[in-house]
Design a protein around this ligand. Structure first.
Ligand code: CP
Length: 324
């Protein structure tokens, strides 16, 4: 594995999931894998889970992690080629990235979309410029359109639940539902795009996406899923319910619907098959999900967030093994 920015970098998904689960069982088995090697973790946006879980994962491999909050502590970066830098940007990525490539063995990067210009966001300019100029492996800690470490974690968690309850899933594919939820501000499509991309590539589930009209995601990620505007029908017999808000993709970055009817409640869960509730977090309680659901035994969000460590450890170890 050279870079990790989408499902295309994962290779065999089940193999990567199993590496992560093996690290969960034996966290320190590769403690000396990366002695005297360093990972740089650059954040252009806030994070709790991604930042801390990746640092813990790095430590478990003997890899030193150095975090740099570019948005707060760094010079404002320019990403456009041939830019005339007479505005607010101070340093070009083509000058900064090669230096980081000398300091570190792996570079991890979190960016967010602007949600103003779809073409710019979906070109993934920021992460692609780092890949182009850093000269070392690059790992996405969430980009403008995807969140691959989150999605790998999600499949680790689903696989883990399925093997813990093997008799409930004997001989049948799980039904996984991605349901849109209300939110107070426009959010990226990253988590929903990425989850769709990974579940479709995994190919082992009955996958349904449900959202209000005009919230269609980019078909490049959703193709293969059944898409419906009828949330009740979607939830019927669901084994896993992934709750997430996203802003509109077609008329880019807007909120069309703030309909509390789309919030997931205990009443709606009755139609599911012991539906296990997932969310990438952070979550707006009683907006996206009711307290009743989040605080119920149906919720596996803490297990899911805890599994971020093992997904990150699997990816870092794969990169370390293939880039000695
Ligand atoms: N799910 C997730 O990426 O959380 P953070 O934004 O806290 O890293």
């Amino acid at each position: 594995m050279r870079n990790f920015i989408s499902v295309q970098d994962a290779g065999d998904i089940d193999r990567l999931v199993n590496i992560a689960l093996d690290y969960k069982a034996h966290p320190f088995k590769d403690l000396s894998l990366a002695q005297h090697r360093r990972v740089g973790m650059l954040f252009l946006n806030p994070s709790m889970r991604t930042r801390l879980s990746t640092q813990v994962a790095a430590q478990n491999l003997g890899l030193e992690a150095i975090v740099f909050n570019v948005d707060k502590d760094g010079w404002q970066l320019e990403f456009e080629e041939e830019a005339i830098m007479s505005g607010s940007t101070v340093e070009h990525v083509k000058d900064a990235a090669p230096i980081l490539g000398r300091y570190f063995d792996i570079l991890c990067l979190r960016t967010f979309p602007s949600l103003k210009n779809k073409q710019d966001d979906y070109s993934e300019l920021y992460i692609n410029q780092f890949i182009k100029y850093a000269g070392i492996p690059v790992v996405s800690l969430e980009s403008a359109t995807l969140h691959p470490l989150q999605s790998l974690t999600d499949l680790v968690t689903i696989t883990e639940c399925m093997s813990a309850e093997a008799s409930a899933f004997q001989g049948r594919a799980p039904k996984i539902v991605l349901t849109w939820a209300p939110h107070v501000k426009p959010l990226p499509q990253c988590v929903a795009n990425s989850f769709s991309q990974w579940v479709n590539a995994w190919g082992k589930a009955e996958f349904v996406i449900t959202h209000p009209e005009d919230y269609e995601l980019d078909e490049r990620f959703t193709r293969g899923a059944h898409i419906t505007h009828d949330q009740d029908a979607a939830l019927k017999d669901a084994d896993f319910v992934y709750v997430k808000n996203w802003s509109t993709y077609q008329d880019y970055g807007k909120i069309y619907c703030y309909d509390a009817e789309w919030m997931l409640t205990g009443e709606k869960l009755k139609a599911t098959r012991q539906g296990r509730i997932m969310h990438c977090l952070p979550v707006r309680r009683n907006v996206e999900l009711s307290d009743e659901v989040l605080d119920s035994p149906h919720s596996i969000v803490t297990q899911q967030a805890a599994n971020r460590v093992w997904a990150a450890q699997a990816v870092l170890s794969e990169i370390l093994h293939t880039n000695p």
